[in-house]
Ligand binder design. Structure first.
Ligand SMILES: [Zn+2]
Length: 284
């Protein structure tokens, strides 16, 4: 499908208050093909965020889009001391001089490994150097807003994917806010629209699902493998919650499907027990 037609249909359907499905051809009445060209940028507050929407990213890539990852925070605070020191011991890297830098390197390597495993990210993963707090989280500052705007302008996206801003995670909320501030300017400067897809994440407080990507068990297992490459996060989730990052994300994907099943009767639901979902916004 032509990119601008895709952007218009997705936006118009959302404005009419209807739900559109991506990627499951002939299974339901309201499905749409992904566009066959254009640049899709995952604007990720954290390293594992693009993998939370991996099925959607892979659909765009398979259809012919260029897919890029833009990672905002170092997120080193997500790695426990225990995990980092064990990692260093196993790799013969003890003693660790700078634990913060070492933790960031762990997250960076995990992210690069996951992008390689996904196989469809042809450009190198871009890591921004933003102002952060002591936990490696994005802080509120005009410089950070400017950095994000410049990086987006350079990647020149037709579609931007990120977590929706009504989220208890400060990084998610801030990246959304900064994107929202600069998106009208970016669209105007490039003279072409930008379609934003804001995904529902485990910490999303409130969202209106307008574009839905149902998927089945095989895609779920593939997505779980991508999420498992973030071993530091997988382990932290297992310790703190009793289940891994893979299960945490897939639980949200099951919740989305189950909630939609109450509202919509479509043939896809039996073979697709999972769904990624997005609120959409078009910047002209
Ligand atoms: Zn995140």
């Amino acid at each position: 499908m032509d990119l601008s037609t895709f952007q218009e249909i997705v936006s118009d359907t959302a404005l009419r208050g209807e739900i559109l499905f991506l990627g499951i051809k002939e299974k339901g009445r309201r499905w749409i093909d992904p566009p066959d060209q254009g640049t899709v940028v995952a604007l990720a507050p954290h390293q594992d965020d693009p993998d939370s929407v991996a099925v959607t990213m892979s659909l765009f890539a398979q259809a012919g889009c260029r897919v890029c990852y833009l990672i905002v925070c170092s997120s080193h605070g997500g790695v426990t001391d225990n995990y980092a020191l064990k990692h260093a011991e196993l790799n013969g890297e003890l003693p660790v001089k700078d634990l913060v830098k070492y933790k960031f390197r762990i997250r960076l390597q995990e992210q690069i490994e996951s992008a390689e495993l996904a196989g469809f990210v042809k450009d190198p993963v871009e890591f921004l150097t933003v102002e952060e707090d002591e936990g490696g989280n994005l802080v509120e500052s005009p410089e950070n807003a400017e950095l994000i705007e410049q990086a987006l302008a350079a990647s020149n996206p037709d579609i931007v994917i990120m977590p929706y801003g009504e989220d208890t995670n400060v990084g998610h909320a801030l990246v959304y806010r900064y994107f929202h501030m600069c998106a009208p300017r970016l669209a105007l400067a490039r003279g072409k629209p930008i379609l934003a897809l804001y995904n529902r994440d485990p910490k999303t407080a409130r969202i209106s699902e307008q574009l839905v990507v149902p998927f089945g068990g095989e895609a779920a297992r593939w997505k779980a493998r991508l999420l498992q490459t973030h071993r530091s996060q997988q382990e932290r989730n297992l310790q703190q919650r009793g289940y891994g990052l893979d299960e945490r994300i897939l639980r949200t994907n099951r919740e989305i499907q189950q909630e939609l099943q109450q509202r919509i009767l479509e043939g896809w639901k039996d073979e697709c027990p999972y769904a990624e979902a997005f609120q959409v916004e078009l910047f002209l």
